[in-house]
Ligand binder design. Structure first.
Ligand code: DGY
Length: 320
C-alpha cells in the first residue's frame, strides 16, 4: 500500500503529478481558500505526510490527531505556523524551502522600500483621482534612497541579498543579528551595530529576521521612538515582529516618516485596520516570494522534501 499524503492547497499540476506517482494523495482542491481547520483535522488522521502552506496552523493538537504522520513539508522558508517542539517530541520531520526564494524576496523588499520612500502608490492614486493640476516644487516629495543608511535586522540569506542591492545604491549598510557575520561584513562593507544604534542611525530599517518567541513585538513603541522622524520601516518578514498598534501611533504622530508592509499580525489584514487609513503606509498582501519561477521552485522543493522523508532518505532542508 502506498503512503498517504494530504496536500492543503491546489498547487500547480506538475507538482501534484510528481507526488501522485509515489503516494496516495488527497488534496484540498482550492487555490485561494485555505483548508478549514475542521477539514484538516479529519484529513490528517490517517496520513503519513502533510504538504502544507503558511496558512495552516500545525499545532500540537493537530499533530496529536495524526498517529501515522512522519513528515510535515512546509512550502515556505518560515515555519512559525508549525509547533516545532511538538513535532520533534513526536518524531515527526519538519521541512522548509530556504534558498530558492532569497533573491525574489530581497527584490520585493527593495521594491517596497523604493515605493514607500518615493510615495509611488500615493502618487499613482493622486494622478488617477484627478488631483494633478500642475507641477509644483515640493509636490509628492519623498526620501532619497541613494547614499542613505539602511539598517537590516537579521542577516540571513535574504538579509545579505538585500544588503547587496543596497550597495548598488551606494547605501551605508548597518546590520544587527544574533551573531556577527564577519566575512559578509568584509565582502559587503557593512557594519554590525547593536539594535538601538541601528534604529537611531538608519534612514531605512528593514526587518529580515525569523518570527520566534524572541522576536515577537521586537519593534514596539520604545524602538520606534528611537528612529529618526524621517526614517522608514520595511517589514517583509512576519507581522508579529512589529507591534502594529504602536506602529500606527508612531506613524500618525509623525515619529517615523512611513512604513512599507508585506506582512501583518493577522493575514489577511482586516480592511478596517487603522494602518490602512494612513497615506504614508504602503501595503502589499504577503507577496515577498511571489514570482512565478520562485513559487514553482518552492513547490518543487517542498514536494522533494516530502518524497525523500517518506522514502526514509534525508530531505534537502530539515528543520527538525
Ligand atoms: C516564507 O517562505 O516564509 C514566506 O513568507 C512565504 O513565501
Amino acid at each position: 500500500m502506498k503512503p498517504k499524503v494530504y496536500i492543503t492547497r491546489r498547487v500547480p499540476d506538475e507538482i501534484i503529478v510528481k507526488i501522485e506517482k509515489e503516494f496516495d494523495i488527497r488534496i484540498w482542491d482550492e487555490t485561494d481558500v485555505p483548508v478549514p481547520r475542521e477539514v484538516l483535522e479529519k484529513e490528517i488522521v490517517d496520513v503519513d505526510g502533510l504538504f502544507c502552506l503558511i496558512t495552516e496552523t500545525v499545532d500540537r493538537e493537530l499533530l496529536e490527531k495524526a498517529p501515522q504522520l512522519k513528515v510535515v513539508s512546509n512550502m515556505a522558508v518560515g515555519y512559525n505556523n508549525i509547533d516545532i517542539k511538538a513535532a520533534k517530541e513526536k518524531g515527526i520531520t519538519v521541512t522548509n524551502t530556504p534558498g530558492v526564494l532569497t533573491e525574489t524576496t530581497a527584490d520585493l523588499t527593495f521594491a517596497l522600500l523604493m515605493a514607500t520612500a518615493r510615495r509611488l502608490i500615493e502618487s499613482s492614486d493622486y494622478l488617477r483621482e484627478g488631483s494633478w493640476k500642475t507641477w509644483s516644487p515640493m509636490q509628492l516629495t519623498g526620501q532619497d534612497i541613494y547614499g542613505a543608511t539602511i539598517g537590516i535586522i537579521g542577516m540571513g540569506r535574504i538579509g545579505a541579498a538585500l544588503a547587496k542591492r543596497a550597495k548598488g545604491f551606494d547605501m551605508n549598510v548597518l546590520y544587527h543579528n544574533r551573531s556577527r557575520k564577519l566575512s559578509l561584513e568584509k565582502d559587503l562593507n557593512m557594519k554590525f551595530v547593536e539594535l538601538d544604534s541601528l534604529l537611531k542611525e538608519s534612514d531605512f530599517v528593514c526587518i529580515m529576521t525569523p518570527y520566534t518567541p524572541e522576536t515577537i513585538d521586537l519593534i514596539s513603541a520604545r524602538e520606534l521612538s528611537l528612529m529618526k522622524k524621517t526614517s522608514i520601516l520595511i517589514n517583509t518578514a512576519r507581522g508579529g515582529i512589529v507591534n502594529e498598534e504602536d506602529l500606527y501611533h508612531a506613524l500618525k504622530r509623525g515619529e517615523i516618516w512611513a512604513a512599507g508592509l508585506d506582512v501583518f499580525e493577522q493575514e489577511p489584514i482586516s480592511l478596517d485596520h487603522p494602518l490602512l487609513t494612513l497615506p504614508n503606509v504602503v501595503t502589499v498582501p504577503h507577496i515577498g516570494s511571489a514570482s512565478i519561477k520562485t513559487r514553482m521552485k518552492m513547490a518543487e522543493l517542498a514536494a522533494e522534501n516530502l518524497l525523500l522523508a517518506l522514502k526514509n532518505q534525508t530531505p534537502k532542508h530539515v528543520v527538525v
